[in-house]
Design a protein around this ligand. Structure first.
Ligand code: 3HC
Length: 311
C-alpha cells in the first residue's frame, strides 16, 4: 500500500512535472540524486586539472584565453551542481571530504594524462562532445534543480566542443608533425570517451530505476550510439581516423557496429587505478588545504558583519 505522498510523487513524475526540493520524495530517489549530482560536480572540478595543465603552455594568447574561459566554465558547472546536490540535504563540506578521501566517484575520463597540446582539442571535441550527448537529456531530469542547472551547462558545453573541434581542425591543416599529434590524441581519447557513458546496459545497476524516475532518459548504450553517430561525419571533416577498425554502420540495425570497449580498464580506473587518479586527488586535496585560510577569512568576515549588524 503506497502513501498519498508517494502517489502524488508518482503522478508528478508520470506527468513530466518537476520534483522540487520541498516536495516529498522517496528516500531512494533523494539518495540516487545525491549520488549522481555530487559525482557530476566532482567530475567538473577534477576535469579542470587535465586542461589546466596547458593554460600556461598554450601556443598563442588566443588559445590561452579560450582555454582559461573553458576551465573557468567547468569550475562554475561544478559549483552549480554542488548547489543542486545541497538542495537534497547534503553539505558542500561533506561532498568535498568524500572526494578528498577518495570515497567519491568522478568521471573516469579525467584520470588520463594530457601530454600534448592536441589533447586540448581531443578533450573539447570528444569529452565535451560526449558530455553534451549525456547532458542534453538531463535538462529534462525530473528533479528541478538538476534539470535547470543542465540548461546553462549545455549552452557552455557547445562552446567547449566547438573550440576543441577547431583546435584539431587547425592542427590537421598544419604540417605532418601537427597532423600526427592530432591523430595521436584522438587515438588516446576515443575509447575512454565512449566509456564515459557508463558500463553496457546489461551491467548498469542504476539505469532501470533512474529511467523509471525520469532522471536518466536514455540508456548508456543508446547515448554511446548517438555519440558515435555524431563523431563519424565530424571525423571525416577533420580528416582524422577513429581508432576502431570494426566501426561500421549496419544498415539493418541502423546502428554502428563497434569494437569492444576495454571494460577491465574502465573498472580499474573506477577502483582508483587509472593513470592519473592519485595525482588528481592529491592536487584536489592540496588545493583544499591551501584554501583553508580563504574559508576562515570569509567565516570571520561574516561573524564580524553579524556583530556589526547587532549594534
Ligand atoms: N566514470 C565514473 N563512474 C562511472 C562512470 C564513469 N564514466 N560511468 C558509470 N559509473 C559508475 C556509476 O556512478 C555507478 O556507480 P555508483 O552506483 O557507485 O554511482 C556504476 O558505475 C554503474 O553505472 P550505472 O550506469 O549503473 O550508473 P548511472 O545510472 O549513474 O549512470 C552516468 C552513469 C551515465 C555517468 C550517470 O551517472 C550520469 O549521467 N551522470 C551525470 C553525467 C556525468 O557525470 N558526466 C560526467 C562528465 S562531467 C563532464 O563531462 C565535464 C565536461 O564539462 C567535460
Amino acid at each position: 500500500e503506497i502513501s498519498d505522498a508517494e502517489r502524488v510523487f508518482d503522478e508528478l513524475v508520470a506527468h513530466e512535472k518537476r520534483i522540487e526540493p520541498r516536495d516529498w520524495m522517496p528516500e531512494a530517489y533523494r539518495k540516487t540524486l545525491i549520488r549522481q549530482i555530487s559525482q557530476h560536480a566532482h567530475s567538473e572540478i577534477i576535469g579542470m586539472q587535465p586542461e589546466g595543465n596547458w593554460i600556461t603552455r598554450a601556443p598563442s594568447l588566443k588559445r590561452k584565453a579560450i582555454l582559461m574561459a573553458k576551465v573557468q566554465d567547468e569550475a562554475g558547472h561544478g559549483l552549480y551542481l554542488y548547489s543542486a546536490a545541497q538542495t537534497l540535504g547534503i553539505t558542500r563540506d561533506t561532498m568535498t571530504q568524500q572526494l578528498i578521501d577518495g570515497k567519491a566517484k568522478y568521471s573516469s575520463i579525467f584520470n588520463y594524462p594530457t601530454p600534448t597540446w592536441a589533447d586540448m582539442g581531443a578533450i573539447g571535441w570528444l569529452v565535451d562532445g560526449a558530455a553534451i550527448v549525456n547532458q542534453v537529456p538531463l535538462c529534462r531530469a525530473s528533479y528541478g534543480p538538476y534539470g535547470r542547472a543542465m540548461v546553462r551547462v549545455c549552452k557552455e558545453e557547445s562552446f567547449h566542443q566547438r573550440q576543441g573541434f577547431e583546435i584539431l581542425l587547425t592542427l590537421m591543416q598544419g604540417n605532418e608533425e601537427q597532423r600526427a599529434m592530432a591523430q595521436d590524441a584522438v587515438n588516446r581519447w576515443y575509447w575512454p570517451s565512449l566509456a564515459m557513458f557508463g558500463p553496457p546496459d546489461d551491467q548498469s545497476p542504476n539505469s532501470a530505476q533512474s529511467m523509471k524516475w525520469k532522471i536518466k532518459r536514455f540508456t548508456n548504450d543508446e547515448l554511446r550510439q548517438r555519440f558515435v553517430g555524431m563523431l563519424v561525419p565530424q571525423a571525416e571533416i577533420l580528416g582524422v581516423t577513429l581508432p576502431d577498425p570494426e566501426l561500421r554502420f549496419d544498415e539493418e540495425t541502423g546502428e554502428y557496429a563497434m569494437g569492444e570497449i576495454d571494460w577491465d580498464e574502465f573498472f580499474e580506473v573506477l577502483r582508483g587505478n587509472g593513470p592519473c587518479n592519485a595525482e588528481r586527488l592529491e592536487r584536489r586535496r592540496t588545493a583544499h588545504e591551501e584554501g583553508a585560510w580563504v574559508r576562515e577569512a570569509a567565516a570571520e568576515y561574516t561573524r564580524k558583519q553579524a556583530l556589526r549588524a547587532e549594534r
